[in-house]
Ligand binder design. Sequence first.
Ligand code: PNS
Length: 163
Amino acid sequence: MRRVLYPGSFDPVTNGHLDVAKRAAKIFDEVLVAVAANSEKKAAFSIEERMKLFQEACKDLPNVKVVTFHGLLVNAVDRFHADAVIRGIRAASDFEYEFQMALMNRELNGRCETLFMMTDPAYSFVSSRLIKEIAANDGDYASFVPPAVAEALKRKFSKEEKH
Ligand code: PNS
């Protein structure tokens, strides 16, 4: 039984994230999507919302589960008995930060191996940050996110406009 942890902020999940989860699910027996509870970034969606949106997006993938974690990723790796961590890489610019984090994580916990999965080129320019910016400015983001996320963004940003 090989279990991989797929950590991230997922604020919100995009089609790029979903593609990584789907492809990882073909390689590993179980994929645990791990939504970070104390990410540095100020989140637009709550942990519960982010988990629910990822769960909805992967409801047809029986070996993908969604969990949350507080604190260090290396501790979550032990707690969830994961064999590895997987992260998506979109471009060389992602690599520097990811490489540093992977090395630090392995230094902190010798069991924490990080694997990188290259993005499908169709999603190489998609990011949660850009999606939120497009949503906040009334643009069209529907082809970059799962349908439930598009609905949630519509609700969130039209609500924020009224305040
Ligand atoms: O989707 P993101 O924001 O790129 O994900 C980054 C995340 C949440 C995976 C990373 O910040 C993380 O692992 N945070 C938990 C705290 C931690 O372990 N930091 C790394 C120390 S080397």
